[in-house]
Design a protein. Structure first.
Length: 240
């Protein structure tokens, strides 16, 4: 009579032998990370990382989203950025930008410069010394049924000083347009806390260039957009 031997593998050994067949669950990830994240956090998504052998774990900590990489042996956790040398891309930053979504109802419109009237809304982060911001500004004036809110978002110290002059002007829209055109403004000093708040918000949203457009459904688009493409984006993302 042949004797049958039962071999019982531990879950960890099964993971090592057949790792590709298993996925890291939210519960497992929370257990792994709670010793390292010393505050409340929430697991938003887990997927294969762009580097073989790791899971990508997207966490929400307060208002911030953070990406951690967990090795499939469950021993190593990497907190940092993955750079693709061949593609010359920061894969972690690209992924974080893909995850950005803002509820426009949470924006402080009192910190923005409004222009136009309409049912469609667009929110633009602009630098007063940005040529493409000026070009976009002029084209936005030609679009019907659109109200735009410009958040002053200076990227350089000289732009910051110009932004303060714009904000302290009686007619901020006119002052913004004149600054785009290269005119020097002489405005009295005033409370420019709004600009500091815009900068803080922009950094939290990983905005590193202007213009950056925020649509009514929360979609973010960085860079100058051609008029036809902009109209299409408005139609798709106005949420009307």
């Amino acid at each position: 009579m042949k004797r049958t031997t039962a071999i019982i593998l531990s879950p960890f050994l099964v993971l090592l032998l057949f790792g590709k067949s298993f996925a890291l669950t939210n519960e497992e990830a929370t257990h792994l990370l709670k010793d390292f994240i010393k505050t409340e956090f929430k697991i938003l998504e887990i997927k294969e990382a762009p580097v073989e052998g790791f899971w990508e774990v997207v966490c929400e900590i307060g208002q911030d989203k953070v990406i951690l990489y967990v090795h499939k042996n469950l021993r190593f956790i990497i907190s940092g950025q993955i750079l693709d040398r061949q593609a010359k891309r920061n894969l972690t930053l690209d992924r974080l930008k893909d995850l950005r979504k803002v509820d426009p109802s949470t924006l402080h419109l009192e910190d923005a410069i409004p222009m136009g009237q309409g049912n469609r809304k667009l929110y633009v982060f602009t630098d007063p010394q940005c040529h493409f911001c000026f070009q976009l500004h002029e084209e936005l004036k030609q679009i019907k049924d659109l109200q735009v809110f410009f958040f002053l978002y200076p990227l350089a110290p000289s732009s910051y000083e110009k932004a303060k002059s714009i904000w302290c002007s009686k007619d901020r829209t006119k002052a913004l347009e004149e600054t785009y055109q290269g005119k020097e403004l002489k405005s009295p000093s005033c409370d420019t806390t709004a600009i500091s708040k815009n900068i803080e918000m922009g950094r939290r949203l990983l905005i590193g260039s202007t213009p950056t457009l925020l649509f009514r459904n929360g979609k973010i688009v960085e860079g100058y957009v051609l008029p036809d493409a902009l109209e299409n984006l408005l139609e798709l993302n106005s949420g009307l």
